[in-house]
Design a protein around this ligand. Structure first.
Ligand code: ATP
Ligand code: MG
Length: 559
C-alpha cells in the first residue's frame, strides 16, 4: 500500500491478508442503522470504509442494519443515502438491507436449533437480565434451556407465525452462562415484534438481533474486513461463534477502531434525538449539531470533512478531538475558495458631508485577493454609507484604532475619512456620524502620516437586507457526551441573529444559486468571518447567512 495519506493500522492488517491470499477480493461495508441522521462520527467510519475500498481497488457496500423497525424510518434511509453521496462516495451495486436476508437468517437460526445450539426461552426481558449475572457473578441457566431440538423447532415456528405475544418468547443461543464474556451468556438471537417494517412490511413477527444479523449479513455479502468501533470488541466472540456454527461459506473478519469523540458535541443518535424532540435545536440539520446535514448547512464542505477525518486518523485510542481542528479544516479551504465581500451586521450610518448627494462611484474589487481567476465585482461608493457599529467609539480610548471623532480611517477599497461629529436621537443613541471624505486618497498612502486602520462599509444604495446567524458551541462544557444530565450544559447564546446588510450587487449571483437549489455558497465577509448562504430559510427578498467559522485560526496558533 503506497498511499501514505490514509495509512493506519488496519492497512497493515490488509497488507498482510493480501500477502497471504493474492486472490482476496477486498470488500468493506458501511452499516448504518436507519434510526437517525448521520453525524461526523459516522463520517469517520464512512471515510475509512470507502477510502480503503478505493485504495485497495476493492468494494464498499452500503447496508442498512434494519433489524429494529420500532426506531427506523424511511426518511432516515433517504437522508443517509443523500449524505453519503454528498460526501462524494459511491457504494458498490445496490443499497443493501439486513432485512433482505431475513429468510436466510431464519434458516441459519433453524440450523443452530438443529445442532442443539439455540433454544426458545420464555423468561421475561427482566428475568433474562437477572439470570445473566454480572461481571463478578456467573449467570444461571434458564429453566427452558434444555428442551428438545424438535420442541425448539416447533416453538420457533410458532414464534414466526405470530402465535406468541411480544415478550412471551425469544430465541437464544445456547453457549455458556458462566462465560467471562457476558455477551456469550446465551445471547438473544430473535425477539417478537408486531411492528410494521419499512422494507418487509408485515411479513415478519420475529426480528433478528443486531449480533445475529450483522455477522451473517457480512458473510452473505462476502465482506472481507468488517470494520467497527471498539465497543464491539466483545461482540466479536459472538460474531465468530455464529459464523463458525452455521454452514456459511464466507468468513469475514471484524476489526475495531476507536470512535470519534468531538469537543462540545453529542454524537449519539439517541441523545441528538432528545435535543431535537425537546426543541433545543431546530432539527437534524441545525448547524449547532455535528450531524452531516447540520455541518453542511453551516457551510462545511465534503472535502473539509474528509480532510478532518484524514487528520484524526484511525487508531485504537479513545480521545476527545479538538473542535478547533474541524474548524481549521474548513477555514483552510474557504480561505482559498470563498468569495470576499463586505457585510454589515450591526449598521450605523456615516454621512460624508463634503460629497454631493448624487455622488455615485463604481469601484471594482477582487473576489479574492490572491486569486485573480475568481474575478471581480462592483461596489458602489456614495455620500451615505453603513459601517459596523463596533467600528466607531464615542469615548476617548487611546488603544482604540478604529473611527473616533477627530480621527481618520480608511474605507476598504476606497477613501480615507475623518469623523467630525455625531448626531443622536432623543434616547441618546448615535444615528449618524458626520465625516469628511478625503477625495484625493483613493489608492494613495497619506503623506507624512501613518496608514490608518481599514474598516469595511456598504453604501446605503448598495445595501441588501440580510439575516446573519452567528453560531457558538451548543454546550458550555467540552465533553457533554459524558454527562448524564447533558441538557443542563446548554449554552444559551449558541445562536445569535443579527439583521444587517450585504452588497446588493451580489444579489443576482445569489439568486441564481437559490434558483438552482445549489446547497452551498460561501463568502468571506471581510473582517467578520466565513459565511454560507442558508439554502433552507433563504428566499428571494429574504437572505439568511450562517456563520461557518471565525477568521482566526486557534488550532494553528496552538500547534
Ligand atoms: P449512535 O450511538 O450514534 O446511535 P451507532 O453506532 O448506533 O451510533 P450506527 O448507525 O450503527 O450508529 O453506525 C454505523 C457505523 O458507524 C457503525 O459501524 C459505527 O461503528 C460507526 N460509528 C458510529 N458512531 C461513530 C463514531 N462516533 N466514530 C466512528 N464511527 C462511528
Ligand atoms: Mg449501532
Amino acid at each position: 500500500m503506497n498511499n501514505k495519506k490514509y495509512h493506519n493500522f488496519i492497512c497493515q492488517i490488509i497488507d498482510q491478508d493480501l500477502n497471504k491470499n493474492k486472490n482476496l477480493s477486498f470488500h468493506t461495508r458501511f452499516p448504518p442503522e436507519p434510526n437517525g441522521h448521520l453525524h461526523i462520527g459516522h463520517a469517520k467510519s464512512i471515510c475509512l470504509n470507502f477510502e480503503l475500498a478505493y485504495l485497495y481497488k476493492g468494494r464498499c457496500n452500503l447496508r442498512f442494519d434494519d433489524t429494529n423497525p420500532l426506531k427506523e424510518n424511511i426518511k432516515y434511509i433517504n437522508s443517509i443515502k443523500y449524505d453519503i453521496s454528498w460526501l462524494g462516495y459511491k457504494w458498490y451495486g445496490n443499497v443493501h438491507y439486513s432485512s433482505e436476508y431475513f429468510f436466510k437468517l431464519y434458516q441459519y437460526a433453524k440450523q443452530l436449533i438443529y445442532q442443539g445450539l439455540a433454544y426458545v426461552d420464555h423468561l421475561t426481558k427482566e428475568q433474562i437480565r437477572e439470570y445473566r449475572g454480572t461481571l463478578n457473578t456467573p449467570g444461571r441457566n434458564s429453566p427452558y434451556r434444555d428442551r428438545t431440538i424438535q420442541e425448539n423447532i416447533k416453538l420457533f415456528k410458532k414464534m414466526k407465525k405470530g402465535e406468541y405475544n411480544e415478550g412471551e418468547a425469544c430465541l437464544r443461543a445456547k453457549i455458556d452462562m458462566n462465560s467471562s464474556f457476558i455477551i456469550m451468556r446465551d445471547p438473544v438471537l430473535y425477539r417478537i415484534l408486531f411492528a410494521h417494517h419499512h422494507q418487509t412490511k408485515d411479513d415478519w413477527y420475529i426480528y433478528p438481533t443486531y449480533d445475529f444479523a450483522h455477522c451473517l449479513s457480512d458473510s452473505i455479502e462476502k465482506i472481507t474486513h468488517s470494520l467497527c468501533t471498539l465497543e464491539f470488541q466483545d461482540n466479536k466472540r459472538l460474531y465468530n461463534w455464529i459464523l463458525e456454527n452455521t454452514n456459511v461459506k464466507h468468513y469475514p473478519k471484524q476489526y475495531e477502531f476507536s470512535r470519534l469523540n468531538l469537543e462540545f458535541s453529542i454524537l449519539s443518535k439517541r441523545k441528538l434525538k432528545i435535543l431535537i424532540d425537546d426543541n433545543i435545536v431546530e432539527g437534524w440539520n441545525d448547524p449547532r449539531i455535528s450531524t452531516i446535514s447540520g455541518l453542511r448547512r453551516k457551510g462545511y464542505t465534503p472535502s473539509s470533512i474528509k480532510h478532518f477525518c484524514q487528520k484524526i486518523g484511525i487508531t485504537k485510542q479513545n480521545n476527545l478531538i479538538e473542535y478547533s481542528l474541524l474548524e481549521h479544516c474548513i477555514r483552510k479551504e474557504l480561505n482559498q475558495t470563498a468569495i470576499r465581500s463586505m457585510a454589515i451586521l450591526e449598521p450605523i450610518k456615516i454621512i460624508l458631508y463634503n460629497l454631493d448627494k448624487n455622488h455615485k462611484e463604481i469601484l471594482i474589487v477582487p473576489n479574492h485577493p490572491n486569486n485573480p481567476d475568481m474575478g471581480t465585482h462592483e461596489i458602489l461608493f456614495t455620500n451615505i454609507i453603513y459601517i459596523e457599529r463596533s467600528d466607531f467609539k464615542e469615548e476617548y480610548d487611546k488603544k482604540y484604532k478604529r473611527l473616533r471623532i477627530g480621527e481618520e480611517i480608511r474605507l476598504r477599497y476606497a477613501y480615507i475619512i475623518k469623523a467630525e461629529k455625531i448626531e443622536k436621537d432623543k434616547f441618546n443613541n448615535i444615528i449618524n456620524i458626520i465625516c469628511y471624505c478625503d477625495t484625493n486618497s483613493l489608492g494613495k498612502k497619506p503623506k507624512n502620516k501613518k496608514n490608518p486602520a481599514v474598516i469595511h462599509w456598504i453604501s446605503i444604495h448598495n445595501a441588501l437586507p440580510a439575516e446573519f446567524r452567528l453560531y457558538d458551541q451548543l454546550f458550555n462544557i467540552k465533553n457533554p457526551e459524558q454527562q448524564t444530565n447533558f441538557l443542563s450544559y446548554i449554552n444559551p447564546k449558541s445562536l445569535i441573529k443579527k439583521y444587517g446588510f450585504i452588497e446588493k450587487k451580489l444579489e443576482k449571483m445569489i439568486y441564481k444559486y437559490i434558483m438552482n437549489y445549489n446547497d452551498q455558497l460561501h463568502f468571506q465577509f471581510e473582517r467578520i468571518g466565513y459565511f454560507c448562504l442558508d439554502y433552507i430559510d433563504s428566499k428571494k427578498n429574504y437572505l439568511v447567512f450562517n456563520r461557518t467559522v471565525h477568521l482566526r485560526d486557534v488550532w494553528n496558533v496552538k500547534k
